[in-house]
Design a protein around this ligand. Sequence first.
Ligand code: SME
Length: 157
Amino acid sequence: MAEELNIPHTGNKKETYEAILPQIEALIGGEKDLIANMANVSAVLKEAFHFLWVGFYLAKEDQLVLGPFQGPIACTRIQYGKGVCGTAWKQSEAIVVPDVDVFPGHIACSSRSRSEIVIPMITDNKVFAVLDIDSELLNRFDKEDLYYLKRICDLLG
Ligand code: SME
């Protein structure tokens, strides 16, 4: 395992994702433990993009329970269908929220969050976790983030 990440800080999002993808593959490729891999993926995404919050929630019965993350303390449990995370779980679809203030039922774990993206992670047609990322910038996430973050989730799945 490499000891340090090699992250180009050029401000080019695509370039950064392309640089971290193989490093994530190498980092988690030899490890089967999901929690350990989620922890390292959170760290890579936080270091690469300096998001406010990056982390995972794991589906347990009718709730999402906080998993590995990087950033400020967060809500520990989210009900099925509630907030952005619970809605992405219910719909089995990724959600991009350009402005959290206009998302009905958004759960504000941090008042600094302005936009958010949630990717459900699915195995055997069942959501087993979600990747949640919060930014202090409005409208921070787009199709490019969606594309690459889904690929990163596929690596974990
Ligand atoms: N905003 C999320 C809650 C989780 S925190 O952002 C870490 C939601 O509405 O589901």
